[in-house]
Design a protein around this ligand. Structure first.
Ligand code: PEP
Ligand code: MG
Length: 541
């Protein structure tokens, strides 16, 4: 057994085989084929093989992870039997005399675009599954079997480093744990791992060797340890630790439906931070008072080379609205930039991306893109209790400009007789020292403010949150930060508005009492942190 140590970023125990993440998609070339019939046969054979693989997977997975979780493989079978999909591929091969790989890629995109927006379609909300089926066919066509097959079963993912855009696309049912050689605990990759509740350890360094590929390992996200080929004693100990963590979760379950109230009667809302529609389920499971931060840029990061359309975004926001019912859902308009890169919006050549073209600056610069998003949010606001929040604010001018675009979009919707919530509250993130200093003016202008302690820490301390070399100095509890939070809370309350904290500091239990005493109205944390926070609040005097 080999024991490696790194930094813990997401709690939990994961046991499984290790598979190294292979960056870079296989390039799919557009090739002219002489014999289209032969190419169709090649495609049909690949489909047959894919179908057999899926059948096998369904059977083994139903035993291991239960029928409900294995149902995704059944759904994927449906795609393989869908005549629209199959004919779409064959038409491209036949009519354009193109290779099967290219036809699969093209037909998949068209299939998703055509069907995803329709309410009745089984494809809606399962775009990732359709892409998975296509990837399986492409792999079979490329005659790659062994090492990629590992990816079809739940596994523990090892990587040099992982971009947030890559982490955002990980499927919880497949990735049991994450271990990386590098990375920072304050990065968005860490945030995503926590939100997806995937036990993770980062920064193991070069000790995480390629030769461990395929080996049985255990990730201990509580201690920041990785055990390679664990011995029987360690395995038994870790299995017990896993069971005990589950028992703890069961105890926390009893807090569902209870108030976040201290013993002396002080109340505070505890909401959830999410990034994708898949996270909504854990918001409900953990009984959040609402969604305090929907990091909508993750939708863009998952969207590939094309911007997510108004319809695609609308469906996701509507899902959140309907799932949460009367509970508030705060959609933060996209904060692409910094460490959150999206293929659909290439930002290059910046010396300081975190302080560069990002957040509201991008939205105001790309008004069309901004309007598409605001239309989608406003349309979805008719189905629930929505609020809109602008990120990375540093001046009143930005706020006024953003509100002007919002007013234009509202007018367009009125003209088109499309329903939306006319009174949708508007707020801003306090993530820059400038925003702290003008928090009084901002509070006058907006309905609520939310403090993003992650960015506020990096800009106040002048410390890049993704730079692992200085992570030892990065202190979100620096007295300067605490003073800033107090100043903002006072300014907001003077205007009679609401103040929340949605950065990682919100989940720090050593701060809860102070936050409650400052009168913070809401803490918004990763879904898995809701019940532990509730427990702590209820124990406070
Ligand atoms: C923050 O900066 O604290 C915040 C919540 O936003 P993000 O972590 O997405 O930058
Ligand atoms: Mg931020």
């Amino acid at each position: 057994m080999i024991t490696l140590t790194g930094k813990k970023i997401s709690e939990g125990i994961a046991i499984g085989r290790l598979a190294f993440y292979k960056r870079g998609k296989r390039e799919i070339r557009r090739i002219y084929v002489e014999d289209a019939k032969k190419e169709i046969l090649r495609f049909q054979k690949a489909c047959e093989k894919a179908s057999l693989e899926l059948q096998e997977l369904y059977e083994t997975m139903s035993k291991e992870i239960g029928e409900a979780n294995a149902a995704m493989f059944e759904m994927q079978q449906m795609v393989l039997e869908d005549s629209e999909f199959l004919n779409g591929v064959m038409r491209i091969i036949m009519e354009q005399k193109l290779n099967a790989e290219y036809a699969v890629k093209e037909a998949t995109n068209r299939f998703i675009e055509k069907y995803a927006p329709r309410d009745a379609s089984y494809v809606r909300g399962h775009e990732a599954d359709v892409k998975d089926v296509a990837a399986r066919i492409l792999r079979i066509l490329a005659r790659i079997r062994k090492e990629k097959m590992l990816m079809d079963e739940p596994f523990i993912m090892a990587a040099r480093d992982l971009y947030p855009s890559e982490a955002a696309q990980l499927e919880q049912s497949k990735v049991l744990g994450i271990v990386t050689m590098y990375g920072s605990i304050n990065s968005h990759t860490a945030t995503i791992a926590r939100t997806k509740e995937i036990p993770s350890v980062i920064g193991i360094g070069e000790a995480l060797k390629k030769q461990y590929e395929g080996k049985m390992v255990i990730v201990d996200g509580f201690e920041g340890k990785l055990y390679i080929e664990p011995d029987q004693t360690t395995l038994a100990k870790m299995q017990e630790k896993k069971r005990s963590a589950l028992r703890k979760i069961e105890t926390l379950e009893r807090l569902k439906g209870k108030e976040n109230v201290t013993q002396s009667g002080q109340k505070i809302d505890v909401c959830a931070n999410i990034g994708t529609k898949e996270d909504i389920e854990s918001v409900l499971r953990n009984d959040a008072n609402g969604i305090g931060l929907f990091r909508s840029e993750f939708i863009y990061m998952e969207s590939g080379l094309r911007f997510p359309t108004e319809e695609q975004q609308f469906q996701i926001y509507k899902l959140a609205a309907e799932a949460m019912g009367t509970k508030r859902v705060v959609i933060r308009t996209t904060d692409i930039g910094g460490d959150k890169s999206a293929d659909c919006l290439e930002i290059t050549g910046e010396n300081n991306p975190a302080m560069g073209y990002r957040g509201i600056r991008v939205s105001l610069d790309k008004e069309e893109m901004f309007k598409v998003q605001l239309r989608a949010i406003l349309r979805a606001s008719a189905f629930g209790n929505f609020a809109i929040m602008f990120p990375m604010i540093s001046s009143m001018e930005e706020v006024i400009a953003a509100k002007n675009v919002l007013a234009k979009v509202k007018q367009e919707l009125r003209d088109e007789k499309i329903l939306f919530d006319e009174a949708v509250p508007i707020g801003v993130m306090i993530e820059t020292p400038a925003a702290v200093m003008i928090s009084g003016e901002l509070a006058r202008e907006m309905d609520f403010l939310s403090i993003g302690t992650n960015d506020l820490t990096q800009f106040t301390l002048a410390m890049d949150r993704t730079n692992r070399r200085i992570s030892g100095y990065y202190n979100p509890k620096h007295p300067a930060l605490i003073k800033m939070i107090r100043i903002v809370a006072n300014n907001v309350h003077l205007e009679g508005k609401r103040i929340s904290i949605c950065g990682d500091l919100a989940a720090d239990l050593s701060m809860t009492e102070q936050f409650i005493n400052m009168g913070i109205d809401e803490l918004s944390v990763a879904p898995s942190q809701i019940l532990p926070l509730r427990k702590h609040i209820r124990e406070l005097k």
